[in-house]
Ligand binder design. Structure first.
Ligand SMILES: [Zn+2]
Length: 466
């Protein structure tokens, strides 16, 4: 097998074709395992031979990294964590000894912002960038993107790789690209004007941003369904696109369908987790692009289909800075689903619904913020934003209070009839208890109380003392 694979950059499927690559996307799972193993054998051998980091990391293993015999042997390679990357890059700045090409061959430098620690640096070679475009074009084709679409990328163009992946994929596919960006003062108002003028047919953003765009449009007297022309939207960076109520809300607001995407900054912009235009929430795992295992958060052992665990990702065709068995820290459940698209990939059934670190334990029950979001967005009186306040009671019990906005007209009733507002509070409390299995406190806030986000929402306020 030729590795890294070569792609024809002048290849396009016919517009009415479901698949970019019918062979890769519909092969029987056992054949795919063989195909993926062959790619991983080459990827691991290459990394082991060219990266000082992996030579040290793979010392004294029960398996030979240069000659892996099976996916089971592959699963015996150690898991790589964000801490490992940080530590390595601190010792050998800026890339660590991950680079397998000379530094002058780096085509793009990206990274994480480092809001929760030392920033991490990703060097991406030109060949890798081209393969990223191929992979991204393939999954965007599956999402329904065609050459006659205009894609508005309304996310920051900076270190954050999500926007760039969407752009390079849409470019390779031959769509019209509209790299609008986001985050500058007044830019959302301008986005509304441009949406009504250019009428892009597809949007890439975060789910929170799409809702903020709609809210801004309404304030300016526009109707996002009538005055814009979105046919579909694809999202990454947040779980919202697979949160059923958020999904419905965005679809109804804009009159379009939406597709959930996203894995980790360290793996992307190879976008290997992506829904298709038929899948109602959740993401297919395009295993031949990036190989995903599901791992038990405690034992770190691989889990079979049907189980909930932590996705662990591996590049299969990256020559510049390969990540092998990278621990995502996310929580998801995987299984085979009978999707009308006919793809034979395993699927993250309800997307990525939380982080291991974000999981809140209230009276012994695991609670994910995305589940709370789903409940709130299903309530008629909900005002659009919420916060989760965590406190520690004496006796070591964690207490969770949900602060939820209520629509202004409902809230105004309080002045004249506080009992009415109390009824709403009780209804919120009961719905949350039913959905998450434990009682949590609920405080109602007036619509507009909480800041709207232009990027990823931060909704947890942790007042617990360590
Ligand atoms: Zn599908």
């Amino acid at each position: 097998m030729e590795w890294p694979p070569k792609y024809r950059h002048d290849f396009y499927p016919a517009a009415d074709q479901e698949y970019w690559s019918p062979e890769l996307e519909t092969m029987p799972p056992a054949d795919r395992d063989r195909h993926t193993l062959a790619k991983l054998q080459s990827q691991v051998r290459y990394a082991y031979q060219n990266s000082g980091f992996y030579q040290e990391f793979y010392k004294d293993l029960p398996v030979d990294p240069a000659d892996l015999q099976s996916l089971e042997e592959f699963a015996q390679l150690p898991i790589l964590t964000k801490e490992d990357i940080r530590h390595e890059q601190e010792q050998h700045p800026p890339y660590g000894r991950f680079l397998c090409v000379p530094p002058e061959e780096i085509f793009r430098v990206h990274g994480t912002s480092g809001t929760t620690g030392r920033p991490t640096v990703f060097g991406i070679g030109k060949d890798d960038w081209d393969r990223i475009g191929e992979a991204h074009a393939r999954i965007l084709w599956g999402a329904g993107l065609r050459k006659d679409d205009t894609v508005m990328v309304a996310a920051v163009f900076s270190l954050y790789v999500g926007s760039w992946g969407a752009l390079v994929g849409a470019e390779r596919l031959g769509a019209t690209c509209f790299p609008f960006g986001s985050g500058a003062p007044g830019q959302t108002e301008r986005a509304v004007e441009w949406c009504s003028m250019v009428k892009p047919s597809a949007l890439y953003a975060t789910p929170s941003y799409a809702l903020y765009l709609a809210e801004t449009a309404r304030q300016m007297g526009f109707d996002p369904k009538e005055d814009f022309g979105f046919r579909f939207m694809f999202f990454s960076g947040e779980p919202g696109a697979s949160v059923p109520a958020t999904r419905r809300l965005i679809e109804e607001t804009f009159g379009c369908y939406i597709v959930d995407q996203g894995s980790m900054a360290e793996m992307t912009p190879w976008m290997s987790n992506s829904g298709c235009k038929h899948l109602d929430g959740g993401m297919h795992l395009w295993q031949d692009i990036v190989y995903t295992e599901m791992v038990d958060p405690q034992t770190k052992l691989n889990l079979p289909l049907g189980e909930e665990g932590v996705p662990v990702y591996s590049h299969t065709e990256r020559t510049s800075q390969p990540m092998i068995r990278y621990w995502s820290g996310d929580i998801a459940r995987w299984d085979m689903v009978d999707c009308p698209c006919g793809r034979t990939y395993p699927t993250l059934v309800t997307g990525i619904y939380g982080r291991v670190d974000d999981m809140i334990i209230v009276r012994g029950q695991n609670v994910f913020p995305s589940r709370i979001e789903d409940v709130l967005r299903g309530m008629d009186e909900f005002g659009g934003e919420f916060r989760l306040v965590l406190e520690r009671e004496s006796g070591q019990m964690d207490r969770l209070t949900v602060q939820a906005e209520v629509l202004a007209q409902e809230y105004a009733a309080q002045e004249f009839n506080p009992a009415e507002l109390e009824q709403i509070r009780e209804r919120f409390t009961a719905e949350l208890r039913r959905a998450i299995g434990v009682s949590v406190g609920v405080q109602l806030k007036l619509e507009g109380e909480f800041e709207r986000t232009q990027f990823k929402a931060r909704r947890i306020i942790d007042l617990r003392t360590p």
